[in-house]
Design a protein around this ligand. Structure first.
Ligand code: NDP
Length: 296
């Protein structure tokens, strides 16, 4: 049968209608894509059926309905259990479930063993940012570039995309790298609010914090240059020895304020270990060299 659908109308299947899956589904329906959905808890498909989705009776029927099958489930284990024993021959499987790089590589091999082409994805957006281009969310993709290009227009309906290579683990690696930085930032913000709680109104600290974090964003590019050149000392004006003294003030202030140090003490320990390893060599470094101490 000839495929008479234009790119804008290409049909697809979506497995997983949690908060994220539901947000994705709505954008494809709104853009006119015939959409087949399946969710373990059938009730979550009700509203989408009313919006035009076809609800499959089970995951096998959902997979059978279309060549392009997008999966957005809780974790890698749930992908394995939802697709257990299902024929994937000739399918184009796009897995937008968050997982580790190793899980993505194993899932790619698993899908290919079952006759499918595989593309992994890591969603850098909350459900409220899906279908809202100005919100700036996007999806990292990695795996088959040909598969990505084949389905790119459909995959970019919910959010923009960034293809980060043929290694299927690299979408997850980029995703988790950015999330790790975000968690560190959340930890720092939490510490700042805890220190000032009861003395400085949060609404007064908020603009100062935002401005300071923005100003400190220079470290991202600076660290990249130093990691590449392995030059951790040229032009350093805030050396490690000074920084560690400053960190002591930060820890003592937390004690004075009756606030725990568990969020920031591990990073201070890391910097101290870097300095202790060779005080003469590392005392004049910035904090970038300590990144090497993290590698196991
Ligand atoms: P939800 O917790 O809202 O939904 C989880 C989904 O997984 C549901 O459809 C659930 O089915 C299904 N599920 C869980 N276990 C199984 C199983 N064993 N078999 C079949 N289905 C299963 O999560 P989200 O929709 O928010 O997240 C989905 C993915 O998107 C996750 O990997 C998440 O990390 C990622 N993501 C989410 C973001 C967010 O802000 N929400 C942001 C970026 C990425 P049921 O309804 O039956 O429980």
């Amino acid at each position: 049968m000839t495929d008479t659908h234009t790119t804008a109308q290409r049909p697809l299947t979506l497995i997983g209608l949690g908060d994220m899956g539901t947000a994705l589904a709505r954008t494809w329906l709104a853009a006119g894509h015939p959409l087949t959905v399946w969710n373990r808890t059938p009730a979550k498909a009700g509203a989408l059926a009313a919006e035009g989705a076809s609800v499959a009776a089970g995951p096998a029927a959902a997979v059978a309905a279309n060549t392009l099958v997008v999966v957005c489930l809780l974790d890698d284990e749930s992908v394995g259990s939802a697709l257990e024993g299902i024929d994937l021959t000739g399918k184009d499987l796009v897995n937008l479930t968050t997982g580790t790089p190793a899980e993505a590589r194993a899932r790619a091999a698993w899908a290919e063993d079952r006759g499918a082409r595989y593309l992994d994805g890591g969603i850098m957006a909350t459900p409220t940012m899906i279908g809202v281009p100005e919100a700036g969310g996007y999806v990292f993709h990695s795996g088959s570039r040909a598969l990505f290009e084949t389905h790119r227009a459909v995959l970019e309906v919910p959010a923009g995309s960034r293809f980060v290579g043929e290694d299927p683990g690299h979408a997850a690696l980029h995703d988790v790298a950015l999330l790790s930085a975000m968690w560190g930032m959340f930890a720092g913000i939490s510490q700042a609010y805890a220190l000032t709680e009861g003395e400085v109104a949060p609404k007064d600290l908020a603009p100062l914090l935002s401005e300071w974090l923005g100003a400190m964003g220079f470290f991202v590019g600076n660290a990249a240059e130093r990691l590449t050149s392995r030059d951790f000392t040229s032009g350093v004006v805030s050396g490690l020895a000074m920084q560690i003294t400053g960190a002591g003030t930060m820890l003592r202030t937390a004690e004075e304020q009756g606030v725990g140090t568990e969020l920031i003490a591990p990073y201070v320990d890391l910097l101290r270990r870097r300095l202790a390893a060779d005080p003469a060599a590392h005392g004049g470094e910035d904090t970038t060299g300590a990144i090497l101490m993290l590698k196991r």
